[in-house]
Design a protein around this ligand. Sequence first.
Ligand code: FE
Length: 170
Amino acid sequence: MVDQSRIPYRHPQPKESAPELVIPSVIPEDDRIWVPQAENVWFRPLCLCASRGYWMNLLKVRKSGVLSRHRHPQPVHGYVIKGRWRYLEHDWEAREGGYVYEAPGETHTLVVDEGVEEMITLFQVNGVMLYVDPDGAVMGYEDVFTKIDLCRAHYTKVGLGADYVDQFIR
Ligand code: FE
């Protein structure tokens, strides 16, 4: 009898299925891939899922203090690769190697404390990040489309080309 276990699937993938996305180095060798977001704050796109309205990215911070106050209408998943951070609204700290789930409806204020030279966290963010004042009034927002726009503008500027971001979009 023929051993079937090592035979690849013999049919085409569904034609509606998008191509897979494989990124060998999540922390990029080329620093230009980090997109500046504020002074000493960058993000590194991994999957910009325009078709479903979410994005996967690394957030890198090299400063201490308050980064943003924001509300999540949809869930966020985070994995701390380096450093640590916390929210003013909670008494826990997200530490290197840790995982965090942020529930829909949460409003919180992200802080990196003194003594953290660099923080890098993988975030999967669904829908929208609403930037708010202490009463919850919306001051601005980010979604997968504003992320794509930031990437495109930055990659054009640093010479990678406007199309460089396309590889991350699904
Ligand atoms: Fe958050």
